[in-house]
Design a protein around this ligand. Structure first.
Ligand SMILES: Cc1ncc(COP(=O)(O)O)c(C=O)c1O
Length: 402
């Protein structure tokens, strides 16, 4: 939605705090959606004029349990009154509870983890760990991959729009076509420390690879002494299984999670095997806020709710129903409907921005996923009737855009 930026506000007259406020403006890094969000509850958001919006984007896939989920809110309130901040050289019950709950979702081989404050930071740590674990510096990533915007993560991200202004990137990171095993095999050599892969590409437009692709990469890594990093920052807990890699019975050496795991509070985790962990020197990585008890309490509560298996099954059924219903509309402007679970895309034959804007005007918030792709990352608790509300708005907006 880069073409609807509002003009910067004009400086206000002299005097008072207002002048100071107007002097400090955000760097215009983001498109401006033109509304100010004041409150959220479940699958709805309200702007500061009290207008309600159906939230089918959940801040790029964060609020998997919707907004103000009572269990998570209660955990945050409780922890806020106890302790919000403690360095990781101290234990704290909230952090331990988060770790114990997370462990319930992981294969036994993934037995070590470190904390971060975002997805990019979790990827950054993963990339650093591959260097010490293998003594190599090469990373293979894929076209259309998105792994974040810090320098390491950005080097693995493929879109020139994000990379070109900040060249040069990290040395040794190469991109090959996604869902193309021969291309990955061709690029693999003994300089490669790791392959980093999203099991389903998110920012790249919800691209689901063929069955066996992940397994093929796993085998390639094992044969060549390289590590496999699964970036499940967007796929985590929304594709019909807690973690997307389990569907293919593949185990990564390193797993990155973030976004949904504290339902809105900033957290990232990098989970590794013992073999990787034992090569990471003590004191070599960390961060002041990482693993703070407040986000850990939110995370433990979120994961506890997600531990209910019925939620994952619901993601599959709701996603399939959504895809079927959109296909049944028979909209001539739609090129493809795709996705898995509640990671969904509708690709148009024309630019997506006018349709996304028209949907917002109809009270439904969705995301772009590349120039012609509309992306849907709703809460796992969304009801069919609410998804239908979104589908109605999509149909009307597509027809309106002509
Ligand atoms: C797969 C994937 N990896 C990494 C990131 C980066 O996460 P963050 O924006 O929290 O840095 C994202 C964010 O969209 C993502 O989708």
């Amino acid at each position: 939605m880069g073409d609807n930026l509002r003009p910067p506000p004009q400086p206000s007259p002299q005097g008072g705090g207002r002048v100071l406020a107007d002097r400090l403006q955000p760097i215009p890094l983001h498109a401006d959606r033109g509304i100010s969000l004041a409150r959220g509850e479940g699958c709805y958001l309200w702007d500061d004029h009290g207008r309600r919006y159906l939230d089918l984007m959940t801040n790029y896939g964060v609020n998997l349990l919707g907004h103000a989920h009572p269990t998570v809110t209660a955990a945050i309130e409780r922890q806020a009154s106890l302790l919000t901040n403690a360095h990781q050289s101290f234990d704290t019950p909230a952090r331990q509870q988060f770790i114990d709950t997370l462990a319930g979702f992981l294969p036994p081989a993934l037995g070590r983890m470190s904390f971060a404050n975002s997805g990019a930071e979790a990827v950054e740590a993963a990339m650093k760990y591959t260097r010490v674990a293998t003594g190599r510096t090469g990373i293979l990533a894929t076209h259309r991959a998105y792994h974040g915007r810090t320098f390491g993560a950005l080097s693995a991200t493929s879109d020139a729009k994000y990379r070109d202004p900040f060249m040069p990137m990290l040395e040794g990171v190469r991109h090959v076509p996604f869902d193309n095993l021969p291309a990955m095999a061709e690029a693999m050599d003994d300089s490669i420390a790791a392959v980093i892969i999203e099991p389903i590409q998110g920012e790249g437009g919800i691209r689901v690879p063929a069955d066996g692709y992940l397994k093929g990469i796993r085998d390639l890594c094992t044969e060549n002494g390289a590590l496999l990093i699964c970036d499940e920052i967007q796929t985590g807990f929304r594709t019909g299984a807690p973690l997307a890699f389990t569907r293919e019975r593949v185990e990564p050496d390193i797993l990155c999670l973030s976004k949904s795991i504290a339902n809105g509070l900033p957290i990232g985790v990098t989970i590794v095997t013992e073999a990787v962990s034992e090569r990471v020197p003590k004191g070599s990585h960390g961060g002041t806020f990482s693993g703070n008890p407040l986000v850990c309490a939110a995370g433990a509560a979120t994961l506890q709710v997600l531990a209910d298996d019925r939620l994952h099954a619901q993601a599959t059924a709701k996603g399939e129903r959504f895809q079927q219903r959109v296909r049944e509309l028979g909209l001539s402007q739609v090129r493809e409907v795709r996705g898995r679970g509640l990671m969904l895309a509708v690709e148009l034959k024309k630019p997506a921005t006018p349709v996304i804007r028209a949907m917002q005007e109809r009270g439904v918030l969705v995301l772009p996923g590349g120039g012609t792709v509309i992306r849907f990352l709703p809460s796992i608790l969304i009801e069919d009737a609410q998804l239908d509300e979104g589908i109605d708005a999509l149909a009307a907006a597509v027809r309106q855009a002509g």
